[in-house]
Design a binder for this molecule. Structure first.
Ligand code: NAD
Length: 455
């Protein structure tokens, strides 16, 4: 994130006009649950549960001031009524048909917004089956090469803007998880990446073309999957040069959400860990895609990295040097989107005595992900209007593998991530940071002034 020229309380352009949300993977379970949900909320038929931007408050100043406005009243966010949806998918089903297929929302919820959802139709996707082996759609762009497809995506963004009359756009990847890729020489600079696109390099996945199309047109890009996509120097360079914010990756929803709530608590109490066994059964299309070993490897890496960063075994060898961590996902169609995530956690306490914790989270994947999509698009629009660009680390709160500047390790602790997010909002609006120091309430006035902290 370029914060060097960002001033505390800097002027933020108002959210005037409409905001376009362009989704890669428009017909997916997460996307359709998000869009249907926003429309249900707009019509007063449901509540936006799980959304910090819609329901959250933010404390300002000292605790005795009792100032806790709603976040949406504190920062200038786009209004839900101003969101306009579009995007791409490899299947041509409209959002109503796709939502029926996803089997996340109840029929009466979908029927209530059928007219609206039926009118949202995907544009043809850029797709290459080598990167998502278990899907095979036909609603796909033709073209002689990668640069031609990139131009088509850029044209899609500008046509959508003109057609729908939106003032500005956000692009978000809610598409399938691509096979595991690692950053190579072509990803090191925007120059080398552009050359590789021109040369039709076979290691450039579709998700990178969507990101290039967005960033080159100054449109913020969010990566909801664990794909490499924007996690490369070339994209960060491009985002900086076009003054565009980006963030990712992999929505933090079910099991990893629990992990990043539980593990920091165990660590702060200096309880040791012998093993953490996590398994999932999942029966939606995402589960089918992850049934392919190469797509699963991308997800596995994202899920596994969390504990090592949280527990810092190099600082606490007595507690965390040798823990065994295993994550599996099993495709089990009867469960559909209703994932079951089991965690068997073997911990040890005083003098090394063993204990066990079991978590069985009977969750709903897309119900957990949809409010994250909403918050992310609204906050990324805010970031753009506030003049922020590059990696938006303050949005780590929403991701399993948060992007950070080179040389920094990612912060996974959910409560620290929440603090980071809220302090960024306070900074943007010219309010004091809250450190939760607290001792200042008990200090003399003179000492407190010197301390300059807000507890
Ligand atoms: N809780 C969650 O649901 C959750 C959490 C973290 C990450 N994710 C990630 O979010 C993504 C979406 O999850 P989902 O459950 O909605 O999956 P889904 O399979 O229902 O939807 C993905 C959609 O992407 C489409 N697609 C695939 N490749 C595409 C391309 N190149 N261009 C355009 N569309 C393309 C597919 O046709 C499908 O409609 C997945 O990558 C998943 O791993 C989901």
């Amino acid at each position: 994130m370029k914060a060097g020229n960002l001033k505390k309380g800097a002027e933020i352009a108002p959210p005037k006009g409409k905001l376009g949300i362009l989704i890669a993977g428009l017909g997916g379970a997460v996307s359709t649950t998000f869009i249907a949900g926003v429309e249900l909320v707009r019509r007063g038929l449901a509540e936006p549960v799980g959304s910090l931007t819609q329901l959250g408050t933010i404390r300002l100043g000292k605790r005795f001031e009792h100032r806790s406005p709603k976040i949406k009243d504190f920062v200038p966010l786009a209004d839900l009524d101003d969101l306009v949806f579009g995007g791409w998918d490899i299947y041509e089903a409209n959002c109503f048909e796709a939502a029926l297929y996803a089997r996340v929302l109840k029929r009466d919820h979908l029927d209530a917004v059928k007219d609206f959802l039926s009118g949202i139709v995907p544009m043809k996707a850029v797709f290459d089956r080598r990167f998502v082996k278990n899907l095979d759609g036909s609603h796909i762009k033709e073209g002689p090469g990668l640069s031609d497809k990139l131009e088509q995506l850029k044209a899609d963004i500008s046509d959508f803007k003109a057609r729908s009359g939106v003032d500005r756009c956000i692009v978000i990847w809610c598409g399938s998880t691509e096979i595991h890729l690692t950053a190579g020489p072509i990803h090191q600079s925007i120059d080398s990446l552009r050359k590789a696109v021109l040369a039709n390099d076979p290691t450039i996945p579709p998700s990178m073309l969507y990101a290039l199309a967005a960033l080159e047109s100054g449109t913020p890009f969010i990566n909801g999957a664990p794909n490499l996509t924007i996690d490369i120097p070339a994209m960060i360079e491009l985002a900086d040069s076009t003054r565009t914010p980006l963030c990712g990756k992999d929505f933090k929803t079910g099991q990893t959400l629990m992990k990043t709530i539980l593990a920091p608590g165990l660590k702060s109490r200096m309880l040791g860990l012998e093993g953490w066994y996590s398994t999932n059964i999942l029966g939606n299309r995402d589960g089918l895609v992850l049934d392919d070993a190469e797509s699963f490897k991308t997800k596995e890496e994202s899920k596994l990295s969390v504990l090592a960063f949280l527990l810092q075994p190099h600082l606490y060898p007595t507690l965390y040097k040798n823990y065994y961590h295993k994550v599996t996902i099993n495709y089990y169609p009867p469960r559909g989107d209703n994932k079951e995530g089991w965690d068997c956690i073997d911990i040890f306490g005083w003098l090394g005595y063993p204990m066990q914790i079991k978590v069985d989270f009977l969750c709903r994947d897309s119900i957990l992900a949809a409010p994250l999509v909403l918050d992310l698009v609204l906050f990324m629009d805010l970031a753009k209007r506030a003049g922020m660009s590059g990696i938006q680390e303050w949005l780590s709160f929403y991701f399993k593998s948060p992007m950070v500047k080179e040389g920094l390790y990612p912060e996974h602790d959910l409560s620290i991530q929440s603090m980071k997010l809220k302090n960024t909002l306070r900074f943007l609006m010219g309010e004091e940071q809250i450190t939760h120091f607290g001792l200042d309430y008990y200090m003399s006035e003179e000492a407190e002034t010197n301390q300059g902290e807000v507890g």
